[in-house]
Design a binder for this molecule. Structure first.
Ligand code: FE
Length: 342
């Protein structure tokens, strides 16, 4: 009888053991897209790997990882803007992503230092203009650098300097032109503002539609979001009134930033995490991502959403390493502060 009891005990532990080895992955995300939920469920269907999602603001998630320490269940940190990914890296929370497949898909300028984070999709920080107020000749060769010219006095809308997208744009200018030149540029640029910096990227586009400003700087995907109608009819009507311009086509190209992810140093499921990142870079998932987020794909054979494609896809992209937006972020913040960019 004791023999059978032992057999039962052994069987019991085998069953419990199997339960514990359920394949899973824990994703901490600050991306505010409901459509990402769809990606997770397709991944589970394909691989049998269960996806647990913790979403929140970037800073709160970083705090959480810090307090969880070595026992953190986080496998992947998924967010927008290279500056935010670099923040996580600078705390030493990421590990190098060892996947030749990923390296062969994601160009080097779209990966963090030591391959500790990688791009999943791209966004351009472009100029939106009101064709009633700005002629094609005035806009056609316009660069970010040109926006410090006094001819644009009182005509430019952009959000505040505490926004990471702007910090990364300024960091890219520092990377290309140096601190001194960028500071002189920023002094001229802020004196051309149509209004005190306020609101989000979409409200800059709306300001241009309402003729409060002639030009706005905002991320490319917002126009897709507004044109979809999902943000309401006012935003849809505003979006129809503006056009998109890709700056710096005559030289280095338009500023490109990323949505991206890294694998945490203490990730309990790092192999599943690599599989997940490879999955996001597959053709099928790239199509899915750009269809829902209006971003640009990493894979060149995938087209962005039609409403974004209509603005043109053959523009020249700035190949400045997105890693620079992180390393130069402190300089960018200090510079914006010195010139009084609110
Ligand atoms: Fe955004």
């Amino acid at each position: 009888m004791k023999f059978f009891n032992n057999i039962f005990l052994i069987l019991f532990f085998i069953i419990i053991g199997c339960g514990n080895s359920t394949k899973e992955i824990n994703i901490y995300t600050s991306r505010h897209y409901h459509s990402d939920d769809g990606l997770y469920s397709i991944f589970t269907d394909k691989t049998g790997i269960k996806v647990n999602v913790i979403s929140g603001k970037g800073a709160a998630l970083i705090e959480r990882i810090k307090s969880e320490g070595k026992k953190s269940p986080a496998d992947i940190f998924f967010t927008v803007d290279a500056g935010n990914l670099w923040k996580v890296q600078s705390k030493g929370y990421f590990q190098t992503i060892s996947s030749n497949k990923i390296k062969s898909i994601v160009p080097e300028n779209l990966r963090g230092p030591n391959d500790e984070w990688i791009a999943i999709a791209k966004r351009a920080r472009v100029i939106f203009y009101n064709p009633k107020k700005v002629s094609y000749n005035e806009i056609k060769n316009l660069s970010y650098e040109d926006l410090s010219n006094p001819k644009w006095k009182g005509r430019i809308a952009i959000r505040s300097s505490n926004n990471m997208y702007n910090q990364s744009l300024v960091a890219s200018l520092i990377s290309n032109n140096g601190i001194q030149k960028t500071e002189t540029w920023a002094q001229g640029f802020i004196s051309n503002f149509a209004r005190k910096p306020q609101g989000n990227d979409r409200s800059q586009i709306i300001a241009v539609a309402n003729e409060e400003a002639d030009l706005a700087i905002a991320n490319s995907y917002y126009i897709g979001l507004m044109l979809s109608g999902s943000k309401g009819s006012d935003q849809l009507e505003a979006a129809k009134k503006v056009k998109m311009h890709f700056p710096n086509q005559e030289n280095r190209g338009t500023h490109i930033n990323i949505s991206g992810a890294g694998i945490l140093k203490n990730a309990p499921n790092s192999e599943n995490a690599i599989e997940f990142l490879e999955f996001l870079l597959s053709e099928e998932m790239q199509k899915n991502i750009v269809k829902n987020s209006y971003e640009y794909p990493i894979l060149e054979n995938v087209d962005p959403h039609l409403s974004i494609k209509n603005f043109g896809i053959n523009f020249k992209e700035d190949r400045t390493s997105v890693a620079d937006f992180g390393t130069l972020n402190p300089e960018a913040i200090k510079l914006m502060d010195r010139v009084g960019w609110k």
